[in-house]
Design a protein around this ligand. Structure first.
Ligand SMILES: [Zn+2]
Length: 296
């Protein structure tokens, strides 16, 4: 059996042709050009799928940023990273166009499924995944099942309030984890503290910390502290066997991973994600494979 798994992000659409054993047969990348709105995002999604599809493809799995109604395959809510994406009926649109079953889920939910299938989640049943990139996403797996919540927003770890009087968040609250732990936040904090220094992104802050820059080191320590508070709260709430930590910031784990482990002592088990930017695509493929085997 062959299926297509697709990861729709604010910058890139990543698609893969995958067989039921998890072999990645073909891969494609199309820029989302999200700022041009829903029609353009869909056009680019179709381009990605058209490149991969053939008559042997039995279904399509989609992992998209935003709050996704898993039952209906509809985007319930997406931020301005994907303008106009809210309300898009992905399942129906794609099933009408390609005449094969389609399933859609949140990108981090799909990513944890990918990690369970082929990566850091193998052998675990109770997992919390934290994806730290431009924002902070999360996914909760309990007894092998993803918890999606009553309105499809379970696992929004990035919007747990860490500092009640803290930074304004784009969700309307103040002091969300995402405002302290994301790549965006790390770069912003450095720019604020250093004043004159222009910072391209979090990666640069991590490089500076590695070179011994005092300000950067302090920011990395704050990042680790904030993240560890979130992890310990989640540990108390959900008691997962393992925390899988992924997203772009994991690329600089050489700078902060050991600090995080030390801060946590042995109060929570953490492991880095293994599938890198392929986790959502692979997990989306697994979701449709499971759907097809249940419904055939
Ligand atoms: Zn928030």
């Amino acid at each position: 059996m062959k299926v297509i798994g697709v990861d729709i992000g604010g910058t890139k659409i990543l698609g893969g042709l995958i067989d039921e054993r998890g072999n990645l047969l073909e891969e494609t990348l199309v820029y989302t050009k999200a700022h041009l709105g829903r029609e353009k995002i869909l056009e680019n999604l179709f381009i990605a799928i058209d490149k991969l599809i053939d008559k042997d493809v039995k279904g399509i799995g989609i992992g998209s940023a935003g709050r996704i109604n898993f039952k209906e395959g509809i985007v319930e809510y997406a931020t301005d990273n994907l303008p106009g994406w809210t309300g898009c009926n992905l399942k129906q649109l794609l099933e009408d166009r390609y005449k094969i079953p389609v399933i859609a889920d949140n990108d981090v939910n799909a990513a944890v499924i990918g990690e369970i299938w082929q990566g850091a989640g193998r052998g675990y049943k109770d997992i919390v995944m934290i994806a730290i990139g431009t924002g902070v996403g999360g996914a909760i797996v309990y007894n092998g099942e993803v918890i999606r919540g009553g309105s499809w927003s379970a696992g929004e770890i990035g919007h747990m309030i860490l500092y009640p009087k803290g930074r304004q968040c784009n969700c309307g609250q103040r002091g969300c984890l995402e405002q302290y732990v994301s790549g965006t936040a790390i770069a912003r904090t450095y720019s604020e503290v250093s004043k004159e220094k222009k910072i391209a992104g979090a990666e640069e802050v991590f490089l500076l910390a590695e070179k011994g820059d005092k300000m950067a080191l302090e920011i990395v320590n704050d990042f680790v502290n904030s993240l560890s508070i979130a992890i310990l709260s989640l540990k108390n709430l959900l008691d997962p066997e393992i925390f899988i930590i992924g997203g772009g910031v994991i690329g600089a784990k050489r700078v902060w991973w050991d600090k995080l482990k030390k801060t946590l002592e042995n109060r929570a088990s953490i492991t880095p994600a293994q599938l890198e930017n392929k986790a959502t695509m692979v997990g989306a493929a697994k979701l449709i494979i499971d759907y097809l085997s249940k419904n055939n």
